[in-house]
Write a protein that binds this ligand. Structure first.
Ligand SMILES: NC(=O)c1ccc[n+]([C@@H]2O[C@H](COP(=O)([O-])OP(=O)(O)OC[C@H]3O[C@@H](n4cnc5c(N)ncnc54)[C@H](O)[C@@H]3O)[C@@H](O)[C@H]2O)c1
Length: 334
């Protein structure tokens, strides 16, 4: 069986699980890795036994086996590697959010279309069995017509501090739930009103917490809560919720904890058991399933579940929420 030669651009916290998945999936072949930080490129390349580069252009030019790339650079640095990879004829799986501006998102989509390559955005909740289950319940009409939704994605302060103000909490965390709402509700967003609170991360110039209220053209309303303000020693690093109330029923997702807590004297460890846990030396879980889907789409020439256009709609909502934070007014999405 042919395996799809793939490289990873950006091998920080999120990039290395991609490297591991690609080196273990039977359908993929990890060809090379790249990071502008030479120590990271060197360390990850050494751990996984593939060439490491600090310049993705050089990597894409030299490594002829690369057919696809996974772009795991920080939020503000998606456009250039995606556009370059597209121009060089490589299929692209880019981490969420597609981009931090509508203009950058459109540039990525345009480059992929012009080159005729596949573009998928890593909106991982579409592969999370809990959210996929909620999606299915809504599509099967079990809750009737959705009336309102509430979504939450709250994380610990250390997570926000690690990001150093490069992106906002709504782009980094809330985009997951906004993408899910768009996918699940199949309604066109009309307006957004947002309010933020800036205390712990004010030195980095970003909000700790943002609430965004979205009104859809069909009259449905949604409230999105995203925060980096949870205490670092919280029993769960992630507190995520979904409620959709409809005319005939309701659906709930409740994520608070991973089912395992390791407590040492003065130390609390809450390992991930869903997104990318390593079991018996193998990466398993939702991220692996997402990457597996992308590789299968390249192999079988299928359209990925998450298009650039659908991811751009979520970017448009967050961009409107940020305009609302500035203006204090309700803002139109389109
Ligand atoms: N799906 C999820 O649940 C999830 C979780 C965390 C992060 N993410 C996303 O993954 C992406 C990466 O986040 P992270 O937490 O790993 O960030 P990170 O800062 O840990 O890693 C990003 C890496 O990209 C490198 N980089 C930046 N510009 C580059 C360039 N031009 N060429 C090569 N390397 C470059 C940086 O040196 C850094 O090592 C972000 O888009 C983020 O939103 C997704």
């Amino acid at each position: 069986m042919e395996r799809i030669g793939t490289a990873v651009i950006g091998v920080g916290k999120m990039g290395e699980p991609y490297v591991q998945a690609l080196s273990q999936l039977p359908t993929a072949k990890l060809v090379a890795v790249c990071d502008i930080a030479p120590e990271l490129a060197g360390a990850v390349s050494g751990r996984w036994g593939v060439p490491g580069y600090t310049d993705y252009r050089e990597m894409l030019a030299k490594e002829k086996d690369i057919r696809a790339v996974c772009v795991c650079t920080s939020d503000q640095a998606h456009r250039e590697p995606c556009v370059t990879a597209a121009e060089m004829g490589k299929h692209i799986l880019v981490e969420k959010p597609l981009a931090l501006t509508v203009e950058d998102g459109e540039a990525i989509i345009g480059a992929a279309h012009s080159a005729g390559v596949k573009l998928m955005v890593g909106q991982i909740l579409r592969f999370d069995p809990r959210y996929a289950g909620a999606y299915q319940a809504v599509q099967e009409g079990k809750i009737g017509e959705p009336i309102h939704s509430f979504v939450r994605r709250n994380n610990i302060l250390a997570s926000g501090q690690r990001i150093q103000g490069r992106t906002s909490v709504l782009y980094f965390l809330g985009i997951h739930d906004i993408d899910f709402l768009l996918w699940c509700l199949k309604a066109r967003p009309e307006t957004v009103y947002a309010a933020g609170s800036r205390k712990l991360l004010s030195g980095l110039g970003v909000d700790d917490t943002i609430f965004a209220v979205i009104r859809f053209e069909n009259g449905t309303a949604a409230c999105v809560e995203a925060s980096w303000a949870l205490p670092d020693n919280s029993i769960a690093t992630l507190d995520a919720r979904l409620e959709i109330v409809g005319t005939k029923g309701a659906v709930y997702v409740d994520i608070h904890g991973q089912g395992i807590t390791v407590v040492e004297q003065g130390k609390l460890d809450r390992p991930d058991t869903m997104y990318g846990p390593v079991v018996h030396g193998k990466l398993t879980g939702i991220l692996r399933d997402e990457i597996d889907h992308f590789i299968a789409c390249v192999m079988e020439d299928r359209e990925p579940l998450i298009s650039g256009e659908s991811a751009l709609e979520a970017v448009r909502i967050v961009a409107a929420a940020h305009r609302s934070l500035e203006s204090g007014q309700v803002e139109r999405v389109f």
